[in-house]
Design a protein around this ligand. Structure first.
Ligand code: IPE
Ligand code: IPE
Ligand code: MG
Length: 246
């Protein structure tokens, strides 16, 4: 076992880690390759980090794979990413199944091409009994979209007399978000040195610890994950209280 891993306190693991996987394009450019080469290597990093989280005992891993804004990229890159997604779902299905990992997806999934959404729904259904960890792909996802779809669904329930406006509180609102079945992420990791949230889990990250690294996503290996978790474990999470109150 690596020294880094040995130092992790498995009783104080974040239950939910969310990752903004950034830097695939720059990784490819550094090697003189096309951007898609970086996305392919990025897919391998997803595999490695998923495995590492499952081995440690993290319950939820949510990866930002494609944002609502990413539809604005050149159509060749978008179709390359969609093909890669369809192929990866096909290739990884048995590994997920064998390791007790259930797949989940959040986002505007109706915007995905049919071949992706069919493979996605099949994999979600066929891994639904996985108890070890939940791997969520944020696909065609944006935090603002999530908040708006939740507000619409709540308004609709009010209109149907299923809910009363006075009863709306944070927990009830969360039950309308696409992440309703998971706890909020405690640790958000962003690779590639960009210091922004790019419309990720905006409502859910209210009290998440943020970890930024210069490492490009395809280079983010198990060791990098261990470093992020150790950093998380070194922090004092006060939730508005004073140190003395903890
Ligand atoms: C992240 O890498 C993957 C997606 C957003 C799909 P990028 O493609 O954004 O890589 P950079 O940021 O251009 O290096
Ligand atoms: C955020 O990365 C989205 C994903 C990682 C899927 P981007 O590369 O799209 O973000 P910006 O444009 O640099 O903010
Ligand atoms: Mg980027």
């Amino acid at each position: 076992m690596s020294d880094l891993r040995k130092n992790i306190d498995t009783d104080r693991l974040p239950k939910h880690i969310a990752v903004i996987m950034d830097g695939n394009g720059r990784w490819a450019k550094k090697r003189g390759g096309i951007r898609l080469l970086g996305h392919r290597s990025g897919a391998k990093a997803v595999r490695e980090v998923t495995e590492a989280c499952a081995e440690l005992g993290v319950n939820y891993l949510t990866v930002f794979a494609f944002s609502s804004e990413n539809w604005k990229r050149p159509s060749k890159e978008v179709s390359g990413l969609m093909n890669l997604l369809a192929d990866s779902l096909q290739e990884e299905f048995s590994t997920l199944k064998d390791n007790g990992i259930r797949l989940n997806a959040i986002g505007e999934l109706d915007r995905l091409p049919e071949k992706v959404s069919t493979k996605l729904q099949n994999t979600i259904q066929n891994t639904s009994d996985g108890k070890r960890m939940c791997l969520t792909l944020a696909l065609s996802y944006s935090g603002q979209w999530d908040i708006i779809q939740a507000a619409k669904a709540f308004a609709n329930d009010v209109k149907q007399n299923n809910k009363a406006i006075e009863d709306l509180d944070i927990d009830m609102f969360k039950s309308y978000l696409s992440t309703k079945h998971m706890p909020d992420p405690e640790l958000i990791i962003r690779t590639s040195g960009e210091l922004r949230l790019s419309n990720y889990l905006l409502f859910q990250m209210a009290y998440a610890e943020l970890y930024f690294t210069e490492t490009l996503w395809p280079d983010f290996k198990k060791k990098e994950l261990y470093k992020a978790i150790l950093d998380y474990q070194s922090r004092e999470r006060r939730f508005g209280k004073t140190s003395e109150q903890l």
